[in-house]
Write a protein that binds this ligand. Structure first.
Ligand SMILES: C[S@@+](CC[C@H](N)C(=O)[O-])C[C@H]1O[C@@H](n2cnc3c(N)ncnc32)[C@H](O)[C@@H]1O
Length: 337
């Protein structure tokens, strides 16, 4: 019997899609990291032998990645499986590649060890490890694509001389602002050594070491520093949820006014907990974001919960942008109340 030609039932196909999607997600990350995705974006097609020779990749593995991508119609392979061309799902996968990278490269270990993170007895001490370097790279791409365009709009109404970016990750936003506003100085603050390493490389590559300094510190318990006087803009992207639960968020938001006594604007951009989303209707990223933070025991507030802490924390909303992707995301420009 030729099993390959049997038409699977809907149920069996859903199940196969689930399995194949996991492989295809990892393949999107790998294809991006080795330059395969960028080559497909540039040329619309890629020859396996030529790409492998030029990049030093194993042609068998490159073919396997492309086959995995073809299961989700990101590419199509020719009959001889020597060349791939972009398919209907490519543009969307390319635009959202940062989410895949965040999930599989940044949170891969958390997911592969998930069975060992469920029982209370296993959830002790330092039981979660993520790749902070990969998360910085992923967030740089996510922020550039989805958060920076509305952020640049908000910046039009902001005068500043020194900006501190909390949870700066790759420092990409500081570098972008240094380019947009020639006189501005920046301070990037991040707790993770991997993020500081990526930042140092990026700041050096951009040639702005004289204008951007980096501090490895915990934003939730910032140590005072002389250089924080004079900071008139504080930004915080994709880490505001780390301020929570509520009483913590109120404390951290209040303390920012003491840590940065000259602050005039605080811009927070983040993704909130979804509301009213069920089953297969979960949009891109939401399920991964909420699953990972639930395993890490990190509370994610809803949009309403965010709005409810601001008054109490000494800030008021001066301007805002709502973001469709990632779903349930916002950027608030806050001023001292
Ligand atoms: C999701 S990434 C976002 C990076 C960057 N803001 C961006 O938009 O690309 C969150 C960053 O916040 C940092 N972070 C998390 N908790 C922190 C804390 N308590 N203090 C300082 N940095 C923190 C992480 O190390 C990580 O680099």
């Amino acid at each position: 019997m030729d099993t390959a030609r049997q038409q699977p039932s809907d149920e069996a196909q859903y199940c196969a899609d689930t399995f194949n999607g996991a492989i295809a997600s990892a393949a999107v990350s790998a294809a991006w990291e080795i330059g395969l995705l960028d080559e497909l974006e540039r040329a619309g097609r890629v020859g396996i032998a030529g790409f492998s020779a030029a990049s030093g990749a194993d042609p068998g593995v490159v073919r396997a990645l492309l086959v995995a991508l073809s299961t989700r119609r990101i590419v199509t392979l020719d009959a001889a499986r020597t060349e791939a061309t972009t398919d209907a799902g490519f543009a969307s996968a390319y635009r959202t590649k940062g989410f895949f990278y965040w999930l599989t490269r940044g949170c891969g270990e958390l997911l592969t060890t998930l069975p060992g993170k469920v029982l209370e007895a296993d959830r002790q001490g330092d039981f979660v490890r993520r790749d902070s370097r990969a998360i910085s790279v992923a967030c740089r791409n996510i922020a550039r694509t989805f958060f920076d365009p509305p952020f640049r709009e908000l910046l039009r109404d902001v005068d500043c001389t020194t900006v501190a970016d909390l949870g700066c990750g790759s420092s990409d936003r500081l570098i972008m602002m240094a380019g947009l506003m020639p006189g501005v100085r920046g301070i990037g603050i991040d707790v993770a050594a991997g993020a500081i390493t990526v930042s140092k490389e990026a700041v050096a590559e951009a040639g702005v070491e004289d204008r951007i300094s980096l501090v490895q510190d915990d934003v939730l318990n910032l140590s005072p520093r002389d250089e924080y006087a004079g900071v008139d803009l504080v930004t915080c992207f994709l880490m505001g949820h780390d301020f929570w639960p509520r009483e913590n968020a109120v404390r951290v938001l209040r303390r920012l006014r003491e840590n940065f006594p000259d602050v005039k604007n605080l811009v927070i951009g983040d993704t909130c907990r979804s509301t009213d989303v069920h089953g297969p209707m979960h949009p891109m990223f939401t399920l991964g974001f909420e699953t990972v933070h639930s395993v890490m025991d990190q509370y994610i507030p809803t949009l309403d919960e965010w709005a409810s802490v601001l008054d109490e924390s000494g800030w008021r909303i001066a301007d805002r942008r709502m973001i469709d992707l990632p779903a349930f995301s916002f950027i608030y420009r806050l001023t001292p109340a």
